[in-house]
Design a protein around this ligand. Structure first.
Ligand SMILES: Nc1nc2c(c(=O)[nH]1)N[C@H]1C(S)=C(S)[C@@H](COP(=O)(O)OP(=O)(O)OC[C@H]3O[C@@H](n4cnc5c(=O)[nH]c(N)nc54)[C@H](O)[C@@H]3O)O[C@H]1N2
Ligand SMILES: Nc1nc2c(c(=O)[nH]1)N[C@H]1C(S)=C(S)[C@@H](COP(=O)(O)OP(=O)(O)OC[C@H]3O[C@@H](n4cnc5c(=O)[nH]c(N)nc54)[C@H](O)[C@@H]3O)O[C@H]1N2
Ligand code: SF4
Ligand SMILES: [Mo]
Length: 742
């Protein structure tokens, strides 16, 4: 099921052209140009620690240069297999977000909702939470409390929160912003292949002949990975083909041979039509289908009806473009697909994921070098979070709470009585805030995420936090839109101020070193949780003295599982990152899974899962005629608590905007740069109009970065909370709006 090859670093290094002399900082620009800055003598005299960029799931290795307790410089780690020295503009400016005037340096509390926050001691803050939670659990049961986590926490943080909530407090109400992000990819992989996570690796990029980028603005959101794809394309432009499917022609589409500006939400129809063409052109890998899959007859029956001619009008595409894309994918020797939120953030995100994996199964484009479906992880440790069971339906080691055997295994490992872990999955992100709003959940502890900007339909989320009896937030800054409504605000040590591990998009675990001390009384998130657990009386189970002790307990939970990392110790990780599974001390790393065609379902076969196109939850109509889609820009990170403080990044993208097609603008009499409002059934947001033919008529786009602290451009006031029935991931990429002039 796995290969034991080590990273093919020579190959990737050559393709990336990375410099190994270690004295140059290399930053990739939007144009693909690499700007090199020589390091000075003074830079070389800094203390350098190994770390990983805390932004996107590419997981670039960085070296952190510090002196006298301050981070002064970063540069790409030339030996890290994710980036071989390269960084993007966000990674290159990391030092500027560390020492800011609004860093939280001590705990703060307010005695009542309308009171000001005041400095508190750790003991009084944690005692207040413990007293309140004990009372809530006694009176209303353990499901009256909840944790809301983040794919930006490290693996050890995730593990201790899960252990505390699911094993000791007795609630599965532990969910994460990964629910808004990767949940549909998880359910797609699990249902199609039998286990979570991409089968391949980054080194496949240098071996692939066809890239299918669907629902991803890789150029903006995973810039270093995009640079690898771009270089592969530029080196052999006529042999290497790129297909991009996105309703907006972003910079990612610049390298496309075939660009498919599909109507938002129609991916399943497009993918079925592509498979139809592949069948018609005789490009199936029938041997692979027969030997390694189930469900092909049912699949065939469904795609029979999906001719490009029938499907193209619904997708807003030309039939010839669908044919060409399918042909390129079908004839190539090795095809890789990359996708992210355009596929996942949908009320049928699981179906979109299954449909894309179907294409790979039908053509045997999986489990071999240069081929495979590869979901781009959003956050740096969304993958680690899933491994430790950091979603409401999971337990550590890719287990699920609904499975009695899984619960028993974890109960034994945690030394708790059988039956202690509840069998019912907890509330997922959107459900959790709805439950807070209607009073079913009474207190929530939010770690490392800013839901008052990032959740859909924000007025419900706001009502939830207003109605909650006690809101606790761990952050590194104050104010944020979420700390503003918290009763207890706890200062976390952040990137460079603590150590731990994380797993990037390609299942690669890295150890990050601590470079400097955290400011004031700030503590790493895992320590805050362990101190709280002790205040709740769970002393022995949370007596961890270091992240390494937590990591060792966690790895024992992976023994015999698909992600087995019992062979990966801190000592090994301190030398080099390792891709899981890696079950023994002598096992090197797993670049690719399923190379023997044995998938993770009990019968060893992958599943074809046939879906029909489903309309989005809220199609446009007369009153709300435009489709609103939302997403990111290259130089801002999420809710801007960090990138919003970095002048060079702010200069590149200083203001929020609403991207509109000139035809839609003309219909409402809107001109370039005019402030306009988009209104949905739930709320509205305002920003300057940006007119462009890069977006299809009938669709508008707004980034979600700008929250309430920045003004009225808060797009999640308008978005919809409808979610995929399987993954429970909300449809952040589609709702109906109308345009209003000021
Ligand atoms: N600069 C920057 N980089 C980031 C982040 C950031 O905040 N800033 N965040 C990180 C995180 S957590 C994530 S999850 C990733 C997200 O990375 P991406 O998914 O690449 O980013 P988005 O802009 O959310 O959405 C991608 C594209 O989906 C398209 N899209 C919308 N609807 C549809 C549809 O129905 N079908 C298809 N095929 N496409 C559609 C949009 O037009 C958009 O261009 O980025 C990571 N990297
Ligand atoms: N409309 C719309 N909404 C979206 C999306 C979209 O595409 N469209 N995308 C969704 C997706 S994919 C995601 S991932 C979410 C992201 O949304 P969020 O997770 O809400 O965004 P961030 O700004 O990354 O929030 C991280 C918070 O943690 C703090 N922080 C940083 N480091 C640390 C640390 O070490 N410890 C602690 N305790 N705190 C820390 C930061 O200051 C910040 O307040 O947004 C989702 N919302
Ligand atoms: S590509 Fe992602 S991980 Fe790499 S430097 Fe940029 S933001 Fe950081
Ligand atoms: Mo994300």
């Amino acid at each position: 099921m796995s290969s034991e090859r080590s990273f093919d670093s020579a190959l990737s290094l050559a393709h990336l052209g990375a410099r190994q002399d270690r004295v140059v900082m290399q930053v990739v620009q939007e144009t693909g140009e690499i700007v090199e800055t020589p390091l000075t003598e003074a830079d070389l005299a800094l203390t350098w620690n190994k770390s990983v960029c805390p932004y996107c799931g590419v997981g670039c290795g960085v070296l952190v240069g510090s002196k006298a307790g301050r981070v002064l410089k970063v540069r790409g780690d030339p030996n890290h297999p994710a980036n071989y020295g390269l960084l993007c503009g966000k990674g290159a400016t990391l030092p500027q977000m560390v020492h800011t005037p609004d860093r939280l340096t001590y705990p703060m509390m307010r005695v009542s909702r309308n009171a000001d926050v005041q400095r508190a001691s750790w003991d009084s803050a944690l005692e207040r939470i413990a007293t309140h939670w004990r009372r809530l659990i006694e009176t209303h049961g353990p499901d009256s409390v909840a944790f809301y986590l983040s794919g930006q926490l490290l693996t050890e943080d995730y593990y201790v929160v899960n252990k505390l909530a699911k094993g000791f407090l007795g609630t599965n109400n532990v969910d994460s912003n990964s629910r808004l992000c990767m949940a549909s990819a998880v359910s797609g992989y699990v249902t199609s292949l039998g286990a979570d996570a991409p089968p391949g690796c980054y080194a496949d990029i240098e071996l692939a002949d066809c890239f299918f980028l669907i629902g991803t603005n890789t150029a903006a959101c995973h810039p270093v990975t995009f640079e690898r794809i771009r270089r592969r394309k530029l080196r052999a432009p006529s042999r290497v083909k790129v297909i991009v499917a996105d309703p907006r022609a972003t910079r990612t589409a610049d390298i496309a041979d075939v660009y498919l500006p599909l109507r938002p939400g129609t991916d399943v129809a497009l993918l079925n039509a592509m498979l139809h063409v592949i069948v018609r052109e005789g490009l199936l890998d029938q041997r692979f289908i027969d030997q390694h899959t189930n469900g092909w007859p049912q699949m065939q029956a469904v795609i029979e009806r999906h001719t490009p001619e029938q499907i193209a009008p619904m997708c807003g595409l030309e039939p010839s473009a669908i044919r060409e894309a399918a042909h390129l994918f079908g004839v190539t020797k090795a095809a890789m697909s990359f996708w992210s939120m355009g596929m996942n953030q949908s009320s049928h995100g699981t179906a979109k994921n299954n449909s894309l994996i179907n294409l790979h199964l039908a053509t045997g484009q999986i489990g071999r070098p240069g081929a495979g479906p590869f979901s781009l992880t959003g956050q740096p440790n969304a993958m680690g979070g899933r491994e430790t069971g950091g979603l409401a339906h999971l337990l550590p080691g890719h287990r699920v709470v609904a499975d009695e055997g899984h619960r028993r295994a974890i109960e034994s490992l945690w030394g708790i009585p059988h039956g202690r872990i509840a069998s019912k999955p907890g509330l997922t992100a959107v459900e959790l805030f709805q439950a807070l709003a209607d009073g079913r959940v009474k207190s929530v502890w939010i770690l490392c995420t800013n839901p008052m900007v990032s959740l859909p339909h924000l007025s419900v989320a706001r009502r939830g936090l207003e109605r909650a009896e006690l809101v606790i937030v761990n952050d590194i800054y104050h104010p944020t839109e979420t700390t503003q409504v918290a009763d207890v605000i706890l200062p976390a040590a952040q990137w460079s101020e603590r150590d731990g591990t994380l797993t990037n998009s390609e299942r690669c675990i890295s150890y990050v070193e601590q470079a400097i001390a955290p400011p004031g009384d700030a503590l790493p998130d895992w320590r805050i949780i362990c101190r709280f657990a002790q205040a709740m009386g769970f002393c022995e189970a949370f007596s961890f003295r270091s992240v390494e002790e937590i990591y060792e307990e966690y790895t024992s939970c992976t023994s015999g599982r698909d992600l087995d990392i019992t062979g990966v110790t801190y000592a090994r990780l301190k030398r080099a990152p390792i891709q899981w599974p890696c079950p023994t001390a002598h096992h090197r790393s797993t670049m690719r899974r399923y190379i023997d065609g044995a998938f993770a379902h009990p019968d060893g076969r992958a599943r074809f899962l046939a879906h029909e196109y489903q309309p989005p939850a809220e199609p446009p109509d007369e009153a709300f005629p435009l489709i609103l889609t939302t997403g990111r820009v290259r130089d801002q990170w999420h809710t801007m608590t960090r990138t919003g403080k970095i002048p060079v990044l702010m200069r590149r993208e200083p203001e929020p905007f609403i991207e509109l097609h000139p035809d839609d603008a003309a219909q409402s009499g809107v001109i370039e740069d005019e402030i306009v409002r988009i209104c949905s059934r739930r709320g509205s947001a305002e920003a300057k109009a940006r007119l462009t033919t890069a977006i299809a008529p009938g669709t508008c786009f707004m980034p979600f970065h700008w929250g309430g602290l920045w003004g009225q451009a808060v797009v999640n006031r308008a978005t919809i909370e409808a979610f995929d029935p399987i993954s429970k991931q909300p449809e952040l990429k589609f709702c109906a709006v109308r345009l209003e002039k000021q």
